[in-house]
Design a protein around this ligand. Structure first.
Ligand code: 5MM
Length: 342
């Protein structure tokens, strides 16, 4: 492992004013997204949609540091025959790859999930590196509900995340470690804080025990936020203040960067929360976005599967990327949302 090179890539992923596009929806998830806009999910439509974003030059060059790809996409070519990985590289962004293989029921823990995909991961990472991937992603899913999460689910998922991270670093690939505490329930922000605290503590303990070099990784956490069904929603200021308190308590400063997932927040909330955190300031790590839905909902709607809407889709994507770029520097303002991207 060359830690200096891993650290260089990790720092580039969270470079000031830039963030990560999570375009790694598995076939089932992208189908759900396309269903909403009335587009049939085929290999070609998925390619056309993703090519549209990767060719949005302004967004990709100025605001996007890296793109997380799904296995299908990393091998795909653009319409003109250029590998999509090259399209991303030519725009100055870093290609990355989702390497987990989804979730399965965790035995003995009703209603809880374990992320799978460690078998043969070393071999797969080698192939992905040759194909151009310089970072990877693995997502653990922790649900909050009546009597859950269990300590077992938190521990087993943290163990798998660390196993994945160690394998990535051995393959010279920066691991994005994503322990996601879902915001689907009716819990309040303090319950989310308490669960996320447990999850981060366990994750960093496992990373330490499995000798993962913190300087060569990026953390992709949820924010401290109330569940979507909670009657007690927290203000932007409270989300920012509690998230920063949580991360400062549990994420060592040796970690080069933190890139949030959006988790089902509205586009504007995801941006406003990141912005408010930067306005608090005094952060020991890079702090940015690695949004899937909060970057893509608007371009998906604008594109709607029509070739004549490609420019509109790119403009919508550029706008969201620019808003989040500003937020990642604490320079976003709500009234900028009304203006079109340059
Ligand atoms: C883009 O969505 C990713 C893939 O999800 P599936 O494996 O379930 O298809 C997802 O892992 C994503 O990278 C993160 O959850 C962040 O996305 P959001 O939409 O929460 O910002």
């Amino acid at each position: 492992m060359n830690l200096a090179d891993l650290n260089k890539v990790a720092r580039a992923m969270v470079a000031p004013g830039k963030g990560i596009l999570a375009a790694d929806e598995s076939s089932g998830t992208i189908k759900k997204r396309f269903d909403v806009i009335g587009v049939e999910s085929t290999e070609d439509s998925r390619r056309d949609y993703r090519e549209m974003m990767f060719r949005a030059k302004d967004a990709m060059t100025n605001y996007i540091s890296g793109v997380i790809l799904y296995d299908e996409t990393i091998w795909q070519k653009a319409k003109d025959g250029t590998p999509l990985v090259k399209v991303i590289e030519q725009a100055g962004a870093i290609p990355g790859i989702k390497v987990d293989e989804g979730t399965q029921a965790l035995p003995g823990c009703p209603g809880e999930l374990i992320t799978v995909g460690l078998d043969k991961l070393a071999e797969r990472l080698k192939k992905y590196y040759e194909q151009g991937a310089r970072f990877a992603k693995w997502r653990a899913v922790i649900d909050v509900g009546n009597g859950i999460p269990s300590a077992t689910a938190i521990h087993t998922n943290a163990h798998a995340l660390a196993r994945y991270a160690a394998l990535c670093q051995a393959a010279q690939i920066v691991p994005i470690v994503e322990p996601e505490v879902l915001m689907d329930g009716d819990h309040d922000i303090d319950r989310c804080y308490e669960v996320t605290e447990h999850v981060l503590r366990k994750t960093f303990q496992e990373l330490y025990e499995q000798r993962v070099a913190l300087e060569g990784m990026v953390l992709k956490p949820n924010m401290a936020i109330a569940g979507k069904k909670s009657p007690k929603q927290a203000s932007v200021a409270e989300v920012a203040e509690k998230t920063i308190k949580l991360l400062k308590s549990w994420v060592p400063s040796a970690v080069p960067g933190i890139a949030f997932l959006s988790g089902g927040q509205s586009d504007e909330d995801a941006t406003a929360h990141l912005d408010a955190m930067h306005r608090i300031g005094g952060l020991p790590w890079g702090l940015t976005f690695s949004y899937g839905r909060a970057l893509q909902a608007a371009p998906q709607k604008a594109w709607s599967g029509k070739a004549e809407n490609v420019a509109a889709g790119q403009q919508a994507f550029t706008h969201r990327a620019q808003m989040n770029s500003l937020a990642s520097k604490g320079e976003w303002k709500a009234d900028l949302e009304k203006k079109k991207a340059a």
